[in-house]
Design a protein around this ligand. Structure first.
Ligand code: SER
Length: 881
């Protein structure tokens, strides 16, 4: 058998189906679009679902792809065996109501026997037990011997996913890898669990639609969906034991071994860790390149788990320091040819993964500390099992993995209550499931747009023109298609050509009017809806609008200009951020409206004031330079050569639209733009904030929005000037003067207050009485808060030299009490804390304190006199006078 590299096999397959008139499309991003039934794309057919059901028109009725997939059904088992991986590529050829079983089977056989040159005597096929038609094709049209055809039940040979959606019987192709891979059981054959008969290609005859109630109805069109795992195929063709020995994956595995100074295949435990890291680094690299961010929910959580598991196993292997960034290089090196996004986003991927890796290292340190204190507690209490709740909190709240908890406990001769831990985990999972709710397989909800002809698409013709004479082709409300609508109705208008830009790529939809001979509607928004259509959201304001009428579509030009200014400025902003802050900056989101632009980007800390200033100045410089903006459609390869920036997780076709600002900023973009940056007018950043871990947001205004902003600033300035009674030019000086005047007045005020207090204190000194060897001053001073009371107490005590001060004040309906004693009084047995606790009781209060100083609060101001007497009595007792 000829050995092919994984990359060669992919190319052979796609080329083969191109020769059978299939449209070869790039892999769709891992993040599903318009499908909330899936966290991540898990099969070649997943992003194509609307083409199978006929909900959307495919670009061609035959397609072929190599699709990035992630399956995380049993993450825990990945690594334990060499069979599982979370990331894989799936080769597939698809027919949407075009060819069916005959061709699908014939071509699969041709590829396998003529191109891969697999020996026929080692090939087997399985057929769904109720599908005689397929068995006949294999036998009579292809010539497969009967003893190489196996009938299997629904479990094995009927493909469906989820509770509803397209599905059908399937037929699988197996390769006999030879007895050395077998289990030696006399029953060993196709369908056996061992590695000998390897199922490698699944041909699904997608002809039914499954419904939620478990019934099936035939689909209007018969389809083909085939899937072949590329890694598995490569393992087979390269004659190696597992996917971890396949050329491109082995390169990563070898790199892991090099970092760990370990040899693969020597020790089971180490092999598990090596495989975990090898697989997971591929998943997280591809996820990062498609814009997934680690988080605590959804696909972000999947990514976080995979990354943490890799880091965790690296620690088990003794890999020191930040290592993910090293491995990313090998992943990218091996796959960048097919997945250009890996190279485009390289700097960002490395930064993102490293930040997450660092955070996790800190998490581990924190978790270790918590676990240590649990262990100490267990030892003092004589326990040997750590309760499951504590394990769960460690894992759920602190991200500290249970296997690490288990291992550390074991080292100390202790264990974890894993039963209870599991109960907690299951409860948590159930909560997560409930929160997600049951989602349908097809994901997107049924809307009125599903009732429209799927073949009708809307073409945008408004890049240059903002008005068009057309026809009202389709009218609808939320429930149903309409023949006409009258004043006050809110409807959708769908046509095959429009000058209205539909909200996409972060740019708001156009606003304007639709007018006919009998009525007028205001377009309050324009959006993209299923099937490549645009919906004009229209409020009828005059007369009636009728289906089939001639109509004038008129976009409101001034608003379109405002939006375009903000959009063109967003491109300049992105470029400036990359220049000033760093090449890891990628667009994480963008929202451009008539009033402002909002740009989210990947960065891991707040921008400094200087950075913001620099970015703003740079964008304005480019506006002043008056750069010509050229928009051109070109083949994607040409655009890449130009260095055009692409968006995360965006699927581009063969031809792309490129917006080029005189070479300074070059981006893939479908939005509307100005012809020259000068028309932006001016650019002003109004805020910079954080929106999620690793994502910052800048809001800015341009053109009329900026003028409005400056106008408001000037109005405020005028108001300030009027308030401080200064000319505008002198405002700063005047405000500075006012502030410093306020400060000096405050100082003076403080000084006067303490002078008054001192003179009051002096007059109070006369009231001091002799009690034994000490002077006792117990008196009422009104209107002082606790602080002032303490200050006064301190100063009186010093002046008494040898004695006790008891001060009480009534302030805001409350009594404040302070008792202070000089050191010699304390030595002689006086205790302020005790004095105050008895005294405070008289005024319905509580308090206590040290021997030399105590404070308290009370409620009854009427009894201050009585309380003072009580204080004197207690003091007398204490000095035995
Ligand atoms: N949908 C089938 C699978 O995932 C064939 O592509 O196996």
């Amino acid at each position: 058998m000829k050995k092919y590299s994984l990359n060669e096999l992919r190319e052979m397959y796609l080329k083969f189906f191109e020769s059978k008139m299939h449209l070869r499309a790039k892999s769709f991003p891992l993040v599903p679009h318009n499908d909330n039934s899936l966290l991540l794309i898990n099969a070649g057919m997943a992003p194509l679902k609307p083409y199978f059901t006929g909900q959307e028109e495919p670009p061609r009725r035959r397609m072929t792809t190599c699709q990035k997939c992630i399956r995380t059904g049993d993450i825990e088992n990945v690594g334990k065996t060499a069979r599982h991986g979370t990331f894989f590529e799936m080769l597939g050829n698809f027919s949407f109501g075009d060819y069916f079983k005959d061709e699908a089977i014939k071509w699969a056989w041709e590829f396998v026997t003529k191109h891969l040159e697999l020996p026929i005597e080692r090939l087997y096929v399985s057929v769904y037990e109720a599908d005689q038609e397929t068995a006949e094709i294999w036998k009579n049209k292809i010539g497969v011997k009967e003893d190489h055809i196996v009938f299997l039940g629904k479990e094995d040979n009927f493909w469906e996913a989820g509770i509803d959606g397209p599905c059908g019987p399937c037929s699988e192709i197996y390769f006999d890898r030879g007895p050395e891979y077998g289990c030696d059981s006399p029953d060993c054959g196709v369908g056996c669990d061992c590695d000998r008969y390897m199922e490698f290609w699944n041909l699904v005859f997608t002809q039914f639609e499954r419904h939620e109630d478990g019934t099936y109805t035939p689909l209007a069109q018969k389809n083909i969906d085939t899937g072949m795992g590329l890694e598995r195929l490569a393992a087979m063709m390269q004659g190696v034991g597992s996917i971890f020995d396949v050329d491109t994956i082995k390169a990563i595995r070898d790199h892991v071994c090099e970092l760990a100074n370990a040899t693969y295949g020597e020790e089971y435990k180490k092999d598990v860790s090596i495989r975990v890291i090898t697989d997971h680094i591929r998943s997280v690299t591809f996820m990062a390149a498609d814009g997934v961010l680690p988080s605590n929910e959804g696909r972000g959580y999947v990514m976080r788990r995979l990354l943490r598991r890799a880091v965790r196993h690296a620690k088990l292997l003794g890999i020191q320091g930040l290592f993910l960034q090293e491995l990313v290089k090998t992943v990218v090196e091996n796959s960048k040819h097919e997945y250009t996004e890996l190279e485009d986003k390289f700097e960002y991927i490395v930064k993102l993964l490293t930040v997450e890796e660092k955070n996790f290292n800190e998490t581990i340190d924190r978790g270790l500390n918590i676990l240590k204190s649990h262990i100490e507690e267990m030892k003092t209490e004589g326990k040997t099992v750590l309760d499951g709740k504590a394990c769960f909190t460690l894992s759920d709240t602190y991200g500290f993995p249970i296997d690490l908890t288990r291992e550390i406990l074991e080292e100390q001769g202790l264990s974890a209550d894993e039963e209870e831990f599991k109960v907690e985990m299951d409860a948590q999972r159930q909560k997560a499931r409930d929160a997600r709710g049951g989602s349908k397989y097809m994901g997107a909800d049924e809307t009125v747009f599903n009732q429209m002809n799927p073949a009708m698409k809307t073409k945008f013709v408004g890049y240059h023109e903002t008005s068009l004479e057309g026809t009202l082709e389709v009218l609808a409300n939320d429930e149903t298609l309409l023949d006409a609508a009258k004043a006050d109705d809110e409807i959708y208008v769908v046509v095959s050509e429009t000058p209205f830009y539909a909200e996409s790529g972060g740019q708001a939809g156009d606003l304007g009017t639709i007018t006919t001979a009998t009525g007028k509607g205001i377009v309050t928004n324009t959006t993209k809806v299923i099937g490549g259509k645009f919906a004009h959201h229209v409020k009828v304001v005059e007369g009636t609008l009728e289906k089939g009428q001639k109509a004038t579509f008129e976009v409101e030009k001034a608003i379109r200009m405002d939006v375009s200014r903000n959009h063109s400025a967003t491109h300049l902003l992105q470029k400036a951020l990359r220049e000033v802050v760093g090449g890891h900056i990628e667009q994480a989101g963008s929202n451009v409206t008539k009033d402002r632009l909002r740009f989210d980007f990947t960065h891991f800390e707040a921008l400094t004031y200087e950075q913001i200033e620099k970015v703003e100045a740079l964008v304005n410089e480019k506006i002043l330079e008056g750069l010509a903006i050229e928009v051109k459609e070109m083949p994607i390869d040409e655009a890449r050569k130009l260095g055009a920036m692409a968006l995360f997780g965006e699927k581009y076709g063969q031809t792309v639209r490129v917006v080029n600002m005189s070479g300074y900023s070059i981006e893939f973009c479908g939005g509307t733009h100005l012809q020259n940056t000068a028309a932006i007018g001016t650019f002003k950043i109004i805020s910079e904030t954080g929106v999620a871990a690793g994502v910052r947001r800048i809001e800015a205004v341009t053109g009329r929005g900026a003028l409005h902003y400056y106008q408001e600033m000037e109005n405020s300035l005028n108001e300030v000037a009027a308030a401080v009674k200064a000319k505008k030019a002198d405002v700063v000086k005047r405000v500075e003067a006012v502030v410093s005047e306020v400060k000096s007045l405050e100082k003076e005020n403080e000084k006067l207050k303490s002078e008054i207090a001192a003179s009051k204190a002096e007059s109070l000194l006369d009231q001091a009485e002799e009690v034994g060897a000490f002077k006792v001053l117990a008196t009422k001073v009104d209107g002082l808060d606790m602080n002032a009371l303490k200050n006064m107490g301190d100063s009186l005590k010093d002046q008494l030299v040898s004695g006790i001060v008891v001060l009480m004040s009534a302030a805001e309906d409350k009594v404040n009490l302070v008792v202070m004693a000089t050191p010699d009084a304390v030595k002689a047995g006086l205790h302020c804390g005790k004095i105050i606790s008895e005294t405070a009781a008289v005024v319905d209060g509580k308090g206590g304190g040290r021997p030399n100083m105590a404070q308290a609060g009370g409620k009854n101001i009427q009894k201050i006199g009585e309380a003072l007497e009580k204080a004197k009595a207690v003091i007398k007792e204490q000095v035995n006078a």
